[in-house]
Design a protein around this ligand. Sequence first.
Ligand code: ACO
Length: 325
Amino acid sequence: MRSRILGTGAYLPERVLTNFDLEKMVDTSNEWIIERTGIHERRIADQAEVTSDLAHEASVKALEMAGLEPHDIDLIVLATVSGDMPLPSTACILQDKLGAKRAAAFDINAACSGFIYALSVADAFIRSGTYRNILVVGAEILSRFTDWKDRTTCVLLGDGAGAVVLSPSDNDSGVISVRLYADGSLWDLLHIPAGGSKLPASEQTLRERMHYIKMRGNETFKVAVRTLQSLVEETLKDNGIKPSELSLLIPHQANRRIITATAERLGIPLDRVMLNLQKYGNTSAASIPIALDEALREGRIKQGDYILLEAFGGGLTWGSALIRW
Ligand code: ACO
């Protein structure tokens, strides 16, 4: 039995931070950011908003499209690296906000690959017959973990949330295959040094700005390009799908150059690649469900289409999901 996506939803905070705004904050330029990343602007959550609020807004829309009520949900799997607090899980707080009283709930930390990891868990629970309706969410307020004095990271990140409802399929539509990978030996390419058991919060960690995201961008970039090209190629080959049969590639929205390199290698024209990072930047675990929701609502996905989701992020982690709509 396959699982299939019954509904999607997304939420982006209202406040827009443009490259021109960033020019006034750090030594950067609109031209540099667009040329190296493709990003024009990103959304920043209001001070009063927390990650579970963004997740809640997206989830309500996904449930509405699926035609389900919160009490129909059996499980909530929420991918984030910027949850409301270290304990409890943001999924539990979301369960309370939704009033999804029957649902079990837990978080997944796989950085930008978090949504693919969460989807794979939900898919396995449905295939095994354990649960019927699962809410899979990617939600981030990265702006609270961004060092606004570090031009190498602050121009990249944004806030947002996306959600899908996964349920059993009664035909051949649905998740065909999910692949997950990790290479923990490269954990320090992308990390937040303090705030965990290794370096609990202290005056020193605060002074040394160790509670913010640190990334060795250029090294990460090279691994991402190499890894994603072979990941997409293998996923299609192993499932007997030619690149020309793929209706839409929905990549994690980290960098336009990474995305176009993958598409070019496979000969997938850019009109069959979902790109919205120019508006939202890199929203980590939220980027794929936001892009999926946007593509669906824009009418870019039709019944029977083959869709490929792929992501790469901190951990390092990466993964793909091939879906027949
Ligand atoms: N404005 C102006 N100049 C800058 C900026 C900036 N915002 N940031 C860096 N520079 C400078 C650097 O200091 C460097 O200067 P130098 O040559 O004098 O030393 C120069 O620009 C080139 O820097 P690189 O880091 O080599 O630039 P690169 O072309 O690699 O682009 C970027 C940087 C955009 C970060 C890119 O490497 C990238 O996208 N990396 C991958 C990001 C990613 O996919 N992360 C994984 C997912 S994220 C997650 O999991 C949360």
